[in-house]
Design a protein around this ligand. Structure first.
Ligand SMILES: Nc1nc2c(c(=O)[nH]1)N[C@H]1C(S)=C(S)[C@@H](COP(=O)(O)O)O[C@H]1N2
Ligand SMILES: [Mo]
Length: 211
């Protein structure tokens, strides 16, 4: 069972630290950590890790894609973003955006990214705490990361602290610094598929589903 969950060629995956702009926090006091959900919501939430584990869980094998042309399929476990949005009470998903902010570090501050909320919900975006059956390692976003698998990795924040429902579609860290597209939809082109050790030409925009 556990064997089947493991990602092939994981040792060939580009290092998380190479792409971690603000760097992983040095330590997290899980008892004190909360995910804050605020903004255009009926009720602001401060969810503890334990509370998140008590919500309905899902586990799915899905592909993440980095804008630097590599992809890896892994088994992700967590909750649906929609569960938390329902709890907070968001009236019109299509009208809003979701601004994610990381825990960050003293030295380098926080990482932020904003995504269209309606699209994120319709793509079954997840709030992830476990990968391949193990809690997320620190470099991969412990204790919780969001993932919208229709978008490049830079749009989804690791080491989450807060989610703000907003009517402003702001530019995030990478978009400002490197001129990356604010939309962030995965584009058709050639990608290195780490787990399969092969190149694949992807013809359709959005989440990879064919392999
Ligand atoms: N907080 C935070 N989240 C982040 C980033 C970051 O620099 N800081 N980089 C993004 C990018 S560009 C990618 S490709 C993925 C990398 O995820 P991994 O560590 O699982 O490889 O995290 C994304 N989320
Ligand atoms: Mo990335």
């Amino acid at each position: 069972m556990i064997q089947r969950l493991k990602t092939p060629n994981l040792d060939k995956k580009p290092s998380s630290l190479r792409y971690y702009q603000e760097g992983p926090p040095t330590s997290i006091e899980l008892d004190l950590w909360r995910l804050t959900v605020s903004g255009k919501v009926e009720s602001t939430l401060h969810l503890s890790y334990e509370e998140i584990l008590k919500l309905p869980q899902i586990e799915e094998s899905r592909r993440m894609v980095c804008v630097c042309n590599w992809s890896i399929r892994r088994t992700w476990k967590g909750i649906l973003l929609s569960t938390v949005m329902e709890m907070a009470g968001v009236s019109d998903l299509e009208k809003y955006y979701l601004k994610q902010t990381s825990i960050g570090t003293k030295e380098k501050g926080v990482y932020q990214s904003t995504i269209p909320l309606g699209d994120a919900i319709s793509r079954r975006s997840m709030l992830i705490h476990t990968v391949d059956g193990e809690p997320l390692p620190m470099e991969q976003g412990y204790p919780l990361r969001l993932f919208d698998f229709g978008l490049y990795g830079y749009k989804s924040v690791k080491g989450l602290r807060s989610l703000e429902v907003t009517d402003r579609f702001e530019s995030g860290e990478w978009e400002q610094r490197a001129g990356y597209n604010k939309d962030g939809t995965i584009r058709p082109k050639k990608y290195w598929i780490v787990d399969l050790k092969q190149w694949q030409f992807v013809k359709k925009p959005g989440e990879f589903r064919d392999f």
